[in-house]
Ligand binder design. Sequence first.
Ligand SMILES: Cc1cc2nc3c(=O)[nH]c(=O)nc-3n(C[C@H](O)[C@H](O)[C@H](O)COP(=O)(O)OP(=O)(O)OC[C@H]3O[C@@H](n4cnc5c(N)ncnc54)[C@H](O)[C@@H]3O)c2cc1C
Length: 658
Amino acid sequence: MKRIGVFVCHCGTNIAETIDVKKVVNELSNYPWVVYSDDYVYMCSDPGQKLIIESIKKHKLESIVVACCSPTLHETTFRQTVKIAGLNPYQCEIANIREQCSWVHTEKNEATLKAIKIVKSIVEKVLRNESLQPIKVPITKRALVIGGGISGIQAALDIANGGYEVILVEKSPSIGGHMIQLSETFPTLDCSQCILTPKMVEVSKHPNVKLMTYCEIQEVTGYVGNFKVKILKKPRYVDPDKCTLCDECTKVCPIVVPNEFDLGLTGRRAIYIPFPQAIPPSYLIDPEACPGFLPIACGKCADVCEANAIDFDMKPEIIEKEVGAIVIATGFDLYEKKNLTEYSAEKHPDILNSLQFERLLSASGPTLGKILRPSDHKEPKEIVFIQCAGSRDPELHNAYCSKICCMYTAKHAMLYKHHVPDGKAYIFYIDVRSAGKGYEEFVQRAVEEDGVVYLRGKVSKVFQENGKLKVWGVDTLTGKNVEIDADMVVLAMAIRPSKGAEELAKKLKITTDRDGFFSEIHPKLRPVETVTSGIFIAGVAQAPKDIPESVSQAGGAASKVLALFSSKELYHHPIIAEVNDELCSGCKLCISLCPYEARKFDEKKRIVRVEEILCEGCGACIAACPSGVTQQRNFTDQQIYSMIKTLLEENDKNQVSS
Ligand SMILES: Cc1cc2nc3c(=O)[nH]c(=O)nc-3n(C[C@H](O)[C@H](O)[C@H](O)COP(=O)(O)OP(=O)(O)OC[C@H]3O[C@@H](n4cnc5c(N)ncnc54)[C@H](O)[C@@H]3O)c2cc1C
């Protein structure tokens, strides 16, 4: 029989306050097969791990149980520890006496008895544990980055500079994301385009980067190191390699539709370039707006195109790629104006959302940087900025804080005052959240140097009266109602996950949070990893954040990819399902239940096999197998029966003694 060691952690006072740790140690020291037991205040610390290593060597332990916190936190830590001592890592098991005991009980005696039961049952399990070996998996050292905003560009550049190939997939016709629409950026007020366009060029020319714009992810299969991706390439109907950007085509195109880049403040033709600095630098035809190609209804653009770049016969293509890691950087969309009926947001052209205002401020925008009202092109002399438009409003809109709006609204008001020094800028706010390097100073500058008026309170209503936009609000600091006759209103709309994020999450088999942003696996310790290994997140795709934070997170995600690619091969954990070939009846029930598509029917032998690399060891097939021929490694029926038997025996013992 095995020689087992038990190590009980105090977890500071997390465990020791509710559980009599010494009693657990004493009880376990008398349990069969346990030849050594001990406790320590922080078992996961260096001295705690040393205690385990030395005890394994001194007492010739063959398996150990660490009674501590959840295995999700420190199972890997302690498996590494026993490996250093020369044991197989799978001879270490965790008895969770924190989350499953000390944190959920207050009565010390009862909690101690329960902890003893938990630890004994885990001793029964580890007694029967096999020494498993991780499964080796080959790795494709090529990354896929989804989303070509600043986060995706940065992640792609960092991976490419690390020496690996990157496929950067962007759904719109150009990379750049929202940052390319911005005017100047807080807190330094440097020009957004001046910082971003060199990066856009760099990524497009990088020898390790394959840029795929106007493309969408259709299907993702496989697993870490070996993903297979189907990418839909939408037809541009203009060949970027031939297009000379002469602009003759737009001059003859008879169709005008709202320009997405200027958020409808200007129009564009059916054949268009998204913006002058677009990458790739090429025109494309919007098939929804064009009068039609089959048969060609207009064709004027093709007639004037001397480069013969227009090809009405282009078809959508499916391109298949193999990659080892994926970074999601799909960013955000603004909460739609139509949701804010209380502010008549959709009804009046002079009620703008924050990105529309950015376009007005931009030197390359519809008014060439002049602040003019869309309705009559007059300079607004009184302007009201409303923060938290759709954020921090759990009853009507989104409960969360969109985080960046306090800062960009301060920027908007400040830039407005730079453009219209005799104008008045009011900001309605709930709180001003300006945590960040130089951020508080930036807001102070807006108030002190530029005379922006901050009004603490919410706006109840915005409506039109006598050619003005009436803003009814309250100043909670003076307790007075406020009424402003504004020429323009700017709404700091909530930041929402980009359209299609939920669908993409399903394709990637990862999770989103309750607001629809992609979820990280651990908010503190693994903020760029997702539940599926090999898939990482960066930028606003995870939660609202500004440019510096997006760039840092993109670097974090890229470094995770580089770390993954630095290994020769990957290792898949071996605690997976296995089938007894002799007894499997081939009923196939397990195939439909497996969420990882790890079950395959062997036509020749008429049995079901486990694809080891795909199996995540969730146990669904084991519970469902009607003949019990599927077992989970180190979670066999025999192990589970012996654990339950121990718990029942301990219950009986405790009842007799009480
Ligand atoms: C009005 C306003 C002003 C701002 N001002 C500042 C400022 O002054 N300073 C500052 O630091 N920050 C500012 N920000 C924040 C800044 O815009 C963001 O931090 C930054 O854009 C985040 O970049 P991202 O790449 O994560 O997302 P995005 O910029 O949204 O880029 C995401 C990209 O992914 C693409 N995409 C989406 N879904 C898919 C898909 N399924 N497949 C392929 N591609 C996809 C999108 O088309 C887009 O190109 C401002 C934000 C707003 C709204």
